[in-house]
Design a protein around this ligand. Structure first.
Ligand code: ADP
Ligand code: MG
Length: 257
């Protein structure tokens, strides 16, 4: 069975892409076969995985609009076991094009039905909005991981996000639970980070799982994309990579293995 997870938060800069790429690379390092789907027209996950986004053919846009097949759009990365379904700015036009199609929230899901490509995990890097692309990601997914940056406005927009998940569950598919809340850009030395951590616990009131692993602020995580590699391979021993390896192990354990 493939476990499909959207990395979701409409807030920009909270670590979605960094999490999608490095959690995927960590799972791959642990022997899982993993696909990263870049659902953001900014294509940051695509660049982080070593692709020159503006020169790509057969991107997620071409797949969603029926111009290529799933097999044509999935490609290997330089990390063993790790595959990518890339994106670029052409995807920004897709929202309007797709909205004209009947059943537009289901298009991505249909592409994976009867697919013979088998992955242990599919991680979807969602765009910073709650529009059609995000709906497509959620319909395909079994669950979501919500990265939350440890900053003062961390929970702003969280009700809209939860409402979107509820809407998907009530109107489009039966269930898309929150797999876990992930604290990112965490600096354990600051009082603010601890306060935010408490307010997140208070907000979710034990209803949602909060990952024990917190992702520290670590400059290597920010440097790795410019080398076209996940930090997991670029700097495997840095605190950021170690945290994402811990997160991957925690996730596998949650999945009961
Ligand atoms: N834990 C971290 N430590 C240091 N820099 C980080 C960390 N997580 C993300 N960043 C950097 O912060 C910026 C925003 O992160 P990103 O993953 O692109 O967020 P999003 O996809 O939610 O917009 C990027 O420049 C990224 O390299
Ligand atoms: Mg991003």
């Amino acid at each position: 069975m493939t476990e499909k997870i959207t990395i979701l938060n409409q807030k920009g800069g909270c670590g979605k892409t960094t999490t999608a790429v490095n959690l995927a690379a960590a799972l791959a390092k642990l022997g899982k076969t993993v696909l990263v789907i870049d659902m953001d027209p900014q294509g940051n996950a695509t660049t982080s995985l070593g692709f020159e986004k503006n020169e790509l053919e057969n991107t997620i846009y071409d797949l969603l609009t029926g111009k290529c097949s799933l097999i044509d759009s999935v490609r290997e990365t330089s990390t063993p076991n790790l595959y990518a379904l890339p994106s670029n700015i052409s995807l920004s036009g897709a929202e309007i094009e797709l909205s004209k199609e009947i059943g537009y929230p289901y298009i991505l899901n249909e592409k994976f039905e009867d697919s013979e490509i088998l992955f242990d995990y599919i991680l979807i890097d969602a765009p910073p909005s709650l529009g059609i692309l995000t709906l497509n990601a959620l319909v395909l997914s079994d669950s979501v991981i919500i990265p939350i940056q440890s900053e003062y406005y961390a929970l702003e927009g969280m009700l809209d996000l939860l409402q979107t998940i509820n809407l998907v569950e009530s109107r489009l598919k039966s269930s898309c639970p929150i797999k876990g809340i992930l604290l990112t850009l965490y600096d354990a030395r600051t009082r603010l980070a601890k306060e935010v951590s408490f307010s997140i616990k208070d907000f979710f009131k034990d209803e949602e799982y909060i990952f024990k692993t917190k992702i520290p602020r670590n400059v290597k995580l920010a440097e790795a994309p410019s080398h076209g590699q996940p930090c997991i391979t670029y700097a495997p021993d840095c605190p950021g990579s170690k945290a994402y390896m811990d997160l991957a192990k925690e996730l596998i354990k949650l999945d009961g293995e």
